[in-house]
Design a protein around this ligand. Sequence first.
Ligand code: PYL
Length: 278
Amino acid sequence: MTRLKTGDIADIKDELAEFDSRLVSKTGCTLRGLARRAAGVEESTARNTSGDVRVGVTPISWGGGIIGGFSQTLKSIAVHMGFDAFVTRASDVAGLAEAFERKADVLLMADDERFVAMGVQSRRVVDNGDATGKGFAEGLDRMAGGLNGRSVFVIGCGPVGLGAVKRLVRLGAMASVYDIDRDRCEDLRREIKRSLDADVRIEKDPEAALLRRRCIIDASPAGDLIHERHISPDVFISAPGMPLALSAAAREKISNRLLHDPLRIGTAVMLVEAAKKR
Ligand code: PYL
């Protein structure tokens, strides 16, 4: 998992309204609306007064240590989504105890291995990788005008890629995947067969796939993988991967048909899923 740096997230908490308006122009959804669609939560049943759901964010100091602004950014995303949220004064075990004492319904925390949202009553554990993949697949569906019956090329077969392919299958899309580690492609294909009884095609030549496919999800840490030659007028790219895989020329050419974000979309889907009552 790529470890975020303070610089990657420094602007998020002060620009959530602007992010929402850009997201609406690309997908027709706000962050809350996209997260609810990705989590399969109908607007009507969503706990619209999500203000009655309290989110406790706990900084975790072990491993690579606390990332400056990370917990406060998570809190700002939760508040933007309509949740009641706080960052515990203490970190680690003392912080978790504080979150329970302050009656959090959802616990949110990350170390270097996992970033999870845990529903206290539901005992549901929601992983950032799966939630991020779902959120970006949903965003691609919205940007591209519906993926049912269409082919989507997914780069990266880790937790984010797997989450994306699961959502793509549910949206009726045909997924083809590539990873530099062929075993991860096979593992993903087996998991999709087991869990959804669906097939996934494994791409052997990513360059040919990038030139052929019009809907692309980059869920890899590769960076600088997608160039101007890959961007035709009808290409849509949803890119949860950090760093962003598009070259400067590719970013210029794709303009509004690119969805990229280091933290908001995954966190929003995690919160909606963890807040589900059952
Ligand atoms: C959560 C992000 C998404 C991508 N990579 C993940 C990452 O950077 N993980 C490490 C997060 C460490 C947070 C630190 C803190 O400030 O609580 N333990």
